[in-house]
Structure formats: C-alpha cells, structure tokens
Design a protein around this ligand. Structure first.
Ligand SMILES: [Zn+2]
Length: 263
C-alpha cells in the first residue's frame, strides 16, 4: 500500500505541472489547509481526505484537456516494448532532420537512457504507468464515496480516458513526483466569473465530488463551496475578482441536490 504522504506529494506535483505558476504560493497554502482537514476525522479513519481532494483536482484538469496522444496503454505481449518504439521514433526524427533539403550538415549526438531506467515493470513509460495508477485510484475513491451520482457523466468520461485500465494492484505505484516540464499544459478555459446557469464541466465535477466529501468531514456547504472556489482560483487560474462565486456555487450545489432527491 502506498503511503498517503507519497500520494499527496505525487498529486500536488502533478497539479503544479498543470496549474498557473502565478498562483503557486496561494496554491501551496491551499494544499496545506486541505491536508489539515484530515485532523477533523477520527485518527483511525482509513481514508485520506487530502488524497481524495487532490485526486479530484487533477481529474478536473484532465477532464478539461483532450486525451494526450501517445498516452494509450501499451498492448501486451507480442509487440515491441514502449522503449523500443520510442527509440525507433527518435532515430526516425533524427533522420528526418538529416534528410531535410534545407539541412546542410547535422551532427546529432544523442545518448539514451537504458531501458531499465525509464521502463516500468509492465514495459510502459514509467511516468505513464504512475498516471494510470492515479487515474485508477481516483475512480476507486469515487466509487467508495458515492460522488458518482451527481457527476456520473464526467466520471464516465474519466473512465473512457483509459478504457482498459488494469486494477490498482497491477499498476506501478507513484514513487517520485513527475517532473513538471514533461506534463503538457492544459488549455486555459476562458470563463466568466461565476457562471450561473450551465456550469462548465470541470467546475461541475469539482462541485459534485468535493462538496459531498467535505460535508462528510464536517464542513458546511458554504465552507465547502469556498474551498472549491479557491481550487478554481489557485489550481485553474480562474479568479473571481468580485468574490461572488462561492455563493453561486453553493446555490448551484443545493439545486443539483434537490433535483437529485426528487429523482
Ligand atoms: Zn508499470
């Protein structure tokens, strides 16, 4: 079993790679507070609130971005490993440069990592395998905490990112935080402050997953929506200069839940 602190570090680092640099300090303050929420639970509580919340923030980022090409899980045996394919891809790129009609001379000096240094036990890109672990963990947490009803559609989209996701025990557990420059930046989502009617996908997702979990911890709807508001500012760069968004989020959450009760 992976230590919660290792998972927390992994998720925070992954979020930092996607979130705007300008909000870094505010974001790290938010991380500290989010991790502090665990103290509201019984010391024997089996699950980690911080891991749950951080996982949802990363998932919302992933929902807002298109699936990354080349991050599909590798097919099993019988095919070249990810490492061999990547090596072939690089040498092809090099020869394309050398053969370009505008290139007079091209002296490429490439040194490669050994396969063992970058390949996980499953033959995947080490980092990709950790990302798969994080996604599987997020889906598992969502099942455990019944957040899926309000955000069923988004959870399904999350699941569809990797339709053949192995079980948790078969994936590589996150060890070291991913290096930030390797994570592709998500396209920024232009969004007016506190959109009233149709919430965009990532806001709806954060609302649907985080508020229910925080209420279980003992926070009010208002406090929970304030935290979602800060996540939007610190982790997505979507500032709310007028400070009206928390109330709008709370109103939206209540409306969604009334509809849910009526179903
Ligand atoms: Zn692996």
């Amino acid at each position: 079993m992976v230590q919660p602190t290792v998972l927390q570090q992994w998720f925070m680092s992954a979020i930092d790679g996607l979130a705007p640099a300008a909000q870094r300090e505010a974001r790290h303050q938010l991380y500290t507070e989010v991790l502090g929420l665990q103290s509201l639970l019984e010391p024997t509580a089996a699950d980690d609130v911080g891991v749950f919340l951080l996982a949802q923030v990363l998932a919302a980022h992933q929902l807002a971005s298109a699936p990354v090409p080349g991050h599909r899980p590798e097919r099993a045996s019988g095919q070249a490993t990810w490492y061999e394919k990547e090596r072939r891809r690089v040498s092809k790129l090099l020869s394309q440069i050398a053969e370009s009609p505008v290139v007079a001379t091209f002296e490429s000096a490439v040194t490669y990592y050994d396969a063992a240094d970058v390949t996980c036990p499953h033959g995947h890109n080490q980092k990709t395998c950790e990302e798969l672990y994080a996604l599987r963990l997020t889906l598992t947490l969502l099942e455990q905490h019944q957040a899926g009803r309000l955000v069923r559609k988004q959870v399904e989209r999350l699941r569809q990112r990797q339709p053949h996701l192995p079980i948790l025990a078969d994936l590589c557990t996150p060890l070291t935080p991913p290096s930030n420059e390797a994570i592709p930046a998500a396209p920024s989502e232009p969004d007016g402050p506190g959109t009233p009617r149709g919430l965009d996908d990532s806001t709806a997702y954060l609302l649907g997953t985080i508020v229910g979990r925080l209420r279980y911890v003992g926070l009010t709807v208002g406090q929970s929506c304030s935290l979602v508001d800060r996540v939007l500012s610190c982790c997505f760069g979507r500032l709310d200069p007028h400070g009206t968004r928390p109330a709008l989020l709370a109103a939206h959450w209540r409306r969604l839940n009334q509809q849910q009760v009526g179903v």
